[in-house]
Write a protein that binds this ligand. Structure first.
Ligand SMILES: [Zn+2]
Ligand SMILES: [Zn+2]
Length: 327
């Protein structure tokens, strides 16, 4: 993940020793960089802590030190990051970067520049799609996550998707085979897994997404979204229907996905539809057990929200599945 505003020049000194200073200067620099070292370093401990003999002196010293630690490790880092976002929000460079992203998506993309929006970071992630994992370009803004297909790296992207961060929940995914450093991006309308190239990149992405979501919820005073769309099981993981365990998938007997549980199911096991308002204004395909679960105890709304698919309906829903499979 390339983080905006966090890059340091390659020639910058990495440690106090690189500056070619005396031992004392190095100690002093370390002390400034990490006040905890004043308690770890024996000489510092002797000089700073031991001379305080009266209980009042020790009490005041402990209070002041505690305050210093809170400022150094809790308040300053947060305010520094907030300041960085505020500074970027009003900067010409930020507007230019957002303009470049808009340009890469072309006329088919949505306008992205709005007051207060900041581009936090960007990078290529592998998105677990229905058919197979695919590389996608992701852009993290302070309020939205944008991704698209890569036509020409860093130049042209299409099939733009915009996810409002306020409704996003993330959850780590254990490594499995080639799929490593992954996590789930869950939203009420769509949920999926993405994988970063390294563990560091994964933690950067997850930390920054989590922080943006937290900031947005704090500002709006809203509670985190409770309900999320199911993560679809990839086609390749099911050779037979995951519900009846009998129907084998072939070019004729096609795979479908239950919108409620995300299982890969056969046509007969998913010939009903339910209204899942967070996913669509129209009823969507669900498997038999999910249908039973969704309709039990809600007989009143049953007639207008659900229905068995006729043959014409079936064709339509196949097309919907096909649309989804393109991503
Ligand atoms: Zn089945
Ligand atoms: Zn289901």
């Amino acid at each position: 993940m390339f983080l905006i505003g966090s890059s340091t020049p390659a020639s910058a000194p990495q440690s106090p020793e690189d500056l070619n200073l005396s031992c004392f200067q190095v100690d002093l620099l370390r002390l400034l960089a990490c006040p905890a070292s004043c308690f770890l370093h024996p000489e510092m401990f002797r000089l700073i802590v031991l001379p305080r003999r009266s209980p009042v002196e020790v009490f005041v010293f402990v209070r002041v030190t505690l305050l210093f630690f809170i400022l150094r490790y809790c308040v300053l880092p947060v305010s520094r990051e907030v300041k960085m976002v505020d500074r970027l929000a009003n900067s010409e460079a930020n507007s230019k970067r957002i303009g470049v992203v808009e340009g890469c998506f072309g006329a088919a993309g949505q306008p992205l520049a709005i007051p207060g929006r900041v581009l936090i970071g960007e990078g290529v992630l592998t998105k677990l799609c229905r058919k197979k994992p695919k590389a996608r370009q992701f852009f993290l803004f302070n309020d939205i996550l944008v991704y698209g297909n890569i036509v020409i790296q860093k130049k042209k992207y299409n099939k733009q998707h915009i996810i409002p961060l306020e409704s996003v929940t993330i959850a780590t995914v254990p490594d499995e085979g080639d799929l490593r450093n992954g996590w789930l991006i869950k939203t009420p309308t769509k949920s999926f897994a993405v994988y970063a190239a390294t563990a560091t990149e994964k933690s950067e992405w997850m930390n920054h997404i989590g922080k943006c979501v937290g900031d947005l919820l704090q500002k709006s005073g809203k509670a985190p979204t409770g309900e999320h769309a199911a993560v679809w099981v990839p086609d390749s993981e099911a050779t037979v229907c995951m519900r009846c365990q009998k129907v084998k998938f072939t070019p004729v007997s096609r795979r479908h996905h239950c919108r409620k549980c995300g299982y890969v199911v056969c046509g007969p096991c998913s010939d009903k539809k339910c209204l899942l308002p967070s996913q669509s204004s129209k009823p969507v395909r669900v498997c038999e057990p999910c249908f039973v679960q969704l309709t039990s105890g809600s007989q009143a709304s049953r007639s207008d929200s659900i229905g068995r698919m006729g043959s014409k309906f079936n064709n339509l829903s196949d097309d919907e599945d096909e649309d989804d499979s393109s991503d």
